[in-house]
Ligand binder design. Structure first.
Ligand SMILES: Cc1ncc(COP(=O)(O)O)c(C=O)c1O
Length: 380
């Protein structure tokens, strides 16, 4: 096992849901119970304990059981899988949606479906680990462009087409970046992919439910050259499981040839039911995403007003780059002493010298908690 410096050792902490969807209950280093406001989880819309999601899961638990008992091609397919896939495809205006047990797995499947060892793969430098593992598994040659840098992406695409005119490159990006809080210039990336005839894979894990028109992601409304979009139910959807959305031809190919779809137990039916309930809520409340963005932008403004560099982006992930691991841990502790739970993110999750606090604003985060947070940041 590689040696990990003390400042990078992670400890597993256990949390219980508190009285409201904003509160988590745990213990401090002296084993005293503490109640903290959750400014860390990805349950952006506070749906994980929403009564409609719980009831949907309970009902399906009664009718379909806990697990599906098999892969989709053996005995695992239920009506609820079909219903969720159809509803998601309609919501996103894509031909086919396929469910996967996790976003990690869906990303592996997407990269493997779009590349082989001859494919030039060009990724944003900060894409999620699962996508990188997918590229490694495909044996493809990976090059990376600086985060959100269209000029560098164009240079790499031009070079790739010149040196390997026979092989379509694959470009991979996230839409809302999980550790930066930044949004990718999806339209610009799309234009470049059209210009250089490249395929495009977009991971919208953090964006669905929040970003884009009515929370349908940054790629909503864009067709070619977007090849596959991946999403997860583990974040704004409040449960677990994931999906890929794509066109007819690629969808059929995934069904027939994708090992990560065929050789895995189908998503647990109660999770499908809660994802469907979350989707219904998102459709009934199309303003939720933009309201949350407004709330997050206003916290960015407050941080800038008290002398901090304005965190990039407009979504609910607010990344405050502090530099050293120690400083990031120190701010985590200071906020925790004020009853606020945030998590210091350190290398290797983020680049060296870029340790940070990743703050998450949720739909029901109380205004009073954000005022408390600003007080801590006022005392640099
Ligand atoms: C950008 C991104 N993609 C994919 C995943 C994986 O999703 P899941 O948690 O469903 O495996 C995550 C979760 O950490 C993520 O942040």
């Amino acid at each position: 096992m590689p040696k990990i410096p003390n400042s990078r050792i992670r400890t597993l902490r256990t949390w219980m849901p508190g009285i409201s969807s904003s509160e988590l209950v745990g213990v401090d280093e002296h084993m005293n119970q503490i109640k903290l406001i959750d400014l860390a989880s990805n349950d952006y819309l506070d749906l994980a304990r929403h009564p409609l999601l719980i009831n949907a899961a309970k009902q399906t638990l009664e009718t379909d059981g806990v697990g599906s008992g098999g892969s989709r091609f053996i005995t695992g397919s239920r009506n609820i899988h079909q219903e969720l896939e159809t509803k998601l495809a309609e919501w996103l205006n894509r031909d086919i949606v396929l469910l996967y047990p996790s976003g990690f797995q869906a990303n592996l499947a997407a990269v493997l479906a779009l590349s082989d060892r001859h494919t030039p793969v060009i990724c944003d430098r900060l894409i999620h680990h699962s996508l990188i593992i997918g590229v490694k598994a495909s044996g493809a040659k990976l090059t990376r462009f600086r985060h959100n840098n269209l000029t560098e992406l164009e240079t790499l695409l031009r070079k790739s087409r010149k040196s390997n005119p026979e092989k379509k490159p694959l470009v991979i990006t996230e839409s809302l970046f999980s550790m930066e809080g930044t949004t990718a210039p999806i339209k610009g990336i799309t234009k470049l992919c059209i210009k250089y005839d490249a395929k495009l894979l977009i991971d919208e894990a953090h964006a669905f439910g929040i970003m884009g028109s009515k929370g349908r992601g940054e790629s909503f409304g864009l067709k070619e050259p977007i090849s596959i979009i991946s999403g997860t139910f583990g974040k704004a959807f409040g449960s677990g499981g994931a999906f890929l959305a794509t066109d007819k031809i690629r969808g059929k190919n995934l069904i027939q040839n994708c090992g990560a779809f065929r050789y895995t137990t189908a998503l647990a039916p109660p999770l499908c039911a809660s994802a469907l309930a979350a989707l219904n809520l998102m459709e009934m409340n199309p303003h939720w995403g933009s309201d949350l963005q407004d709330k997050s932008i206003s916290l960015r403004d407050s941080l800038a007003q008290i002398g901090w560099q304005r965190p990039l982006g407009t979504g609910p992930i607010i990344s405050i780059i502090l530099g050293s691991d120690e400083l990031a841990m120190n701010y985590q502790k200071r906020l925790e002493d004020q009853g606020l739970l945030t998590v210091a993110i350190r290398p290797p999750t983020v680049p060296e010298g870029k340790s940070r606090l990743r703050l998450v604003i949720k739909r029901n985060t109380p205004a009073e908690a954000l005022e408390r947070l600003i007080q801590v940041f006022k005392n640099k």
